[in-house]
Design a protein around this ligand. Structure first.
Ligand code: HEC
Length: 190
């Protein structure tokens, strides 16, 4: 009786599922304990915005015209497509407006969704005024230092970044490129 009513394959299957469940619970509890002891938030929010009137209209359109079904901005939308928080620090208003009108001609590589006959092709045919307001909205999404769209990496020295650079950067990289962090007055890695 008891366990004997299961076949060997079933025991293995249930055992593996049980181990995965225990691993998930232990990891979650461990992470939460670690997080509760941190002095700063684990994931810092480095994006900011300050909207003009046109930008505010654009933010409403951004939701009403279906952009949030693929994009994310200002805590709205999905992670399916390109995250547009901070995009205004990487792209200017002219680029954004051009992209909305003529995505294929503006984007540096082939588009997945915005070109003609693709899923977001409708965007280019929206009224001029709406595209203007949305481009204004997007240009006002700014990235602070350390955000993905910021040209400057996070202000404090990151052991993780140093580690990645030492593993992945080619040997001649240091001669060919400047380290922005040292330019900003930080001491080089030890
Ligand atoms: C079906 C999914 C989808 C929808 C809907 C969509 N987008 Fe996009 N968007 C993408 C993808 C994917 C990219 C990356 C370029 C590409 O592959 O098309 C992108 C790129 C962009 C970019 C360029 C970012 C850059 O750095 O160059 C902007 C701006 C943008 N979308 C704005 C919008 C706006 C505004 C709307 C709504 C009117 C919208 N998108 C609707 C999927 C979508």
């Amino acid at each position: 009786m008891g366990l004997n009513k299961y076949r060997i394959g079933e025991k293995v299957l249930f055992g593996v599922i049980g181990l995965i469940a225990i691993f998930a619970i232990v990891s979650f509890v461990g992470l939460e304990i670690y997080r509760s002891h941190l002095k700063r938030p684990m994931y810092q929010i480095n994006d900011s915005f300050d909207f003009t009137e046109a930008g505010l209209r654009g933010s409403v359109l951004f939701r009403d015209r279906g952009c949030t079904s693929c994009h994310r901005a200002v805590r709205n939308g999905t992670n399916n497509g390109v995250d547009l928080d901070g995009v205004g620090s990487k792209r200017n208003f002219i680029y954004l407006l051009n992209f909305l009108h003529k995505p294929e001609a503006t984007y540096e590589s082939k588009t997945v969704d915005h070109g003609p006959f693709k899923e977001a092709a409708y965007v280019a045919n929206l009224p001029e005024k709406e595209l203007n307001d949305m481009a204004t909205f997007l240009s006002e999404l700014k990235a602070r230092q350390g955000a993905a769209d910021s040209p400057m990496p996070m202000p404090e020295r990151s052991g993780f970044v140093d580690e990645m650079v030492s593993i992945w950067a080619p040997k001649n990289w240091k001669n060919e490129h400047k380290d922005l962090r040292i330019e900003a007055g930080e001491p080089p890695a030890k």
